[in-house]
Ligand binder design. Structure first.
Ligand code: NI
Length: 186
């Protein structure tokens, strides 16, 4: 069990395309998941990807279980371990691809928030740490979080997806009181 250092934007390790996991239910994989969970909990995050702690593997965790202090208005998301994920955007009820906009932050981009456009509804598949398949169709904040975390596995950070830079700025300006001082906001 360990709280690991979270890499910040600018570190080239955040820009790599992560390697797939080839062996499940191993001590090394369980240790990685434990470290990710401990690190996410210590930072009050809604999700964390292995590359954010410098591990070049396709592993993400997310979910708040209860209310997230960093996203107090967001509905709870089940605690999820997702290995070797594949995300497929889905058409909305009207048939066309729907896009949604909402605020995002990132533990690797401390102190900032932005409105990020993303597909509103996605299916995600992959495996848990034991190699059991995961297959969910989701929308809302759940869809946003899984897309944000899986972006970390292909070297994409949310600022790269921002279109409207008038809605990209400091958390303490857009959401006064939501986070502590910028120095503490991981
Ligand atoms: Ni992130």
């Amino acid at each position: 069990m360990a709280v690991r250092k979270i890499l910040k934007m600018g570190d080239p390790r955040l820009l790599r395309v992560a390697q797939p996991v080839t062996q499940f239910d191993t001590d090394a994989l369980h240790l990685l998941i434990t470290d990710l969970l401990d690190t996410m909990a210590a930072a009050n995050g809604a999700g964390l990807a292995a590359p954010q702690i410098g591990v070049d593997l396709q592993v993400v965790i997310f979910g708040t279980g209860a209310v997230s202090p960093r996203y107090p208005d967001a509905p709870p998301i089940p605690r999820t371990v997702l290995v070797n994920p594949v995300i497929t955007p889905l058409a909305g009820p009207e048939g066309g691809m729907e896009e949604a906009e909402d605020w995002e932050g990132c533990l690797s981009v401390p102190g900032l928030r932005a409105v990020v456009p993303r597909p509103a509804r996605v299916r995600y598949t992959g495996f848990d740490q034991y190699g059991d398949p995961v297959d969910r169709t989701v929308d809302g904040f759940h869809a946003r979080v899984v897309q944000h975390e899986c972006d970390h596995l292909v070297g994409t950070l949310y600022p790269m997806r921002v279109r409207d830079f008038t809605r990209f700025g400091y958390t303490e300006i857009f959401f006064p009181g939501l986070d502590g001082p910028v120095e503490d906001d991981n």
